[in-house]
Unconditional design. Sequence first.
Length: 320
Amino acid sequence: MVIKSNKRDFKANKLKIGTRGSPLALAQALEVKKEIIKHHKLNDQSVEIISISTKGDRVTDRPLTEIGGKGLFTEEIENKLFHNEIDIAVHSMKDMPTEFPTGLGINTFLKREDFRDSFVSLKYNSINELPEGAVVGSSSIRRKAQLLSIRPDLKVVEFRGNVQTRLKKLEDGVADATFLACAGLIRLDMKDLVNPISPEVMMPAIAQGIIGIEQRLNDNEITELLFPLNHEQTETQALVERAFLQVLDGSCRTPIGSISKIDGEKIIFSGQVLKPDGTEIISGHWEGLVGNPKDLGKMAGNEIKEKIDDSFFKQENFSH
């Protein structure tokens, strides 16, 4: 199938931004809209945000691992992008598979927001304050594994849904605490709930806090439109972290975390994989040049891969 690219005047024809329909996804799309309007001096009516329902948003009563993983949040959106029904798609990079459909890709990354996880509870101020046997809600297998590695006494229950849904579950007493990304809380203007956890305690998800803009790769007008929005340091971080993830075949079934920092011409990268029950963590630290982020990520991933076997991520004994 050939993807067509038509010459367009975005001042005359609306630019259509596709996104998931959650409050956070819409806030991220609005951030992209504002950036495009600012850089290209368009008016507000020239850019339209289109909310698209995805399977990952519709099915909230089962873990992502049971219904298919990360692609559940992108398939319907990418289908509309592929068929020219939208011009660009806005995504949280931590939800993106490492492979894109033919003809689509992400080359534009907005400046990264706080990449840490936040501890959220109506009763307690930190993981350490949780009493023995407390119930923690999380749909993230990474967060579950990290939590159980330091507090194996806690009970972890499935906690799907958007930020507002999870907060309501806390109010209803379904769990004593949960974890949310600091970036999401900041973008939703819910800064009072930001209670960062040290990345050394809970290493963030791959590319957490990064907004990516997906496009048809042969659409030169869109490439030109998006060029000034790209933040180079964030792009470097996304590339090194996602290369690490790709080597390890990362999905919602694999507890994987990473931290990357740019120091001049150097990338300082840390990564880890965990057994789902938190009983074992394999981690490492690497350095490389900003010009070769993918090579550094692949090297790190391969070093970790050599230390684990196919049974590492299996959950037979994961009863929490």
